[in-house]
Write a protein that binds this ligand. Sequence first.
Ligand code: F6P
Ligand code: MG
Length: 441
Amino acid sequence: MAEPPAPLSGQEVGSFAYLTMKDRTPQILTKVIDTLHRHKSEFFEKHGEEGLEAEKKAISLLSKLRNELQTDKPIIPLVEKFADTDLWNQYLDYQQGLLSEAEGKPSWFQSPWLFVECYMYRRIHEAIIQSPPIDDFDVFRESKDQNFFESQESVIALCVHLQEVKRTVEDLDEDQLKREFCQLLQISLWGNKCDLSLSGGESSSQKTNVMSSLEDFKPFILVNDTEHLWSLLSKCKKTREKASTVRVDIVLDNSGFELITDLVLADFLLFSELATEIHFYGKTIPWFVSDTTKRDFNWLIEQVKQSNHKWMSKSGVDWGNYVQTGRWVYLDHLFWTLPHEYCAMPQIAPDLYAELQKACLILFKGDLNYRKLTRDRKWEFTVPFHQALSGFHPAPLCSLRTLKAEIQVGLQPGLGEQLTASDPSWLTTGKYGIVQFDGPL
Ligand code: F6P
Ligand code: MG
């Protein structure tokens, strides 16, 4: 296989990677420190003096981290023993091995952006686990929960719509069912606008009704392979033997409103019989501010269930039942919070790769998943998605992503250049989206 292009990195002054490392990540670290400060009395009430000591320790570790980052210090090995510590330190050795003696050590601005950005979130986690008894504190929980509460109106509108479709699904013909599928897929795509790491942890909830905006958003979908998804899923439905499984896997991204849009889509896939089982993959540690952990997944379903709104709580009850009966399965795996490109999965996490191979379709939500799928490299815009995946094909897969990093493949010739001329920040504002499929039909 030909050598892939160079990775994106903070070396290029002015690039989005550079600006993220220079401005956004220190801002996120400052917010984390502030969150710990604000919870001081809670730590004291729970753990007494020990809680206060722990808070101080975590803050000093995080301040040190912020200083290392801002002064472009060498990346240091992780010290706290955790299930993935060795894998991280091996990866650091691997990055070191790529450098000549003159180039020195991997560092925050010189090394691949994907690596150092992931490493920062892993170091935040290290600071917390090194500070018992507050070692299970999720520094991003508050903002994730807030995102959900601030999106209430949109959540209600979505649940009302979902329940309406559910009640009438028997009467829908093939075309109407397809139209519903396309709508809910687009809602899940635009749900990805709501991540909190792009906004430096500031509120990024959904306050307007997305459903009524879908038509206006359509021109901003740069690659739209929805037809492929529909034909794949309808083929699976038609050829499915009685009592056999059609599994759709969703590699989740952000909690809050985006997760709601994913659950609504997953619910539709079940009751329309396009799938019989959904596997969701979340993160084992707090990640990129708003990513979904097991606690977030369960918490959100519980909140929806407890709503005073009839159709919202009905949705929550249905979702809880799916989990209980095993039609929805939540899984986490350490691999999702490692810095590796996805083409390394067969070597690094063969068990996960084998699991994904059982799916009829895998949906990868969000920008970071796209960066890992395409190896976060400086590909030409017209390079085929299949090529950028570099051998990662566990099953037919599709990325649903709004563009928030300077990487995009599989565009029609000329489109990238045209967008650069008309809207110079098109790659990073989340205004554009893709539904990009790879796999045999
Ligand atoms: O910090 C920037 C970034 O890595 C971008 O790739 C993107 O804006 C964000 O973090 C993560 O976005 P998402 O939640 O869609 O994966
Ligand atoms: Mg995210």
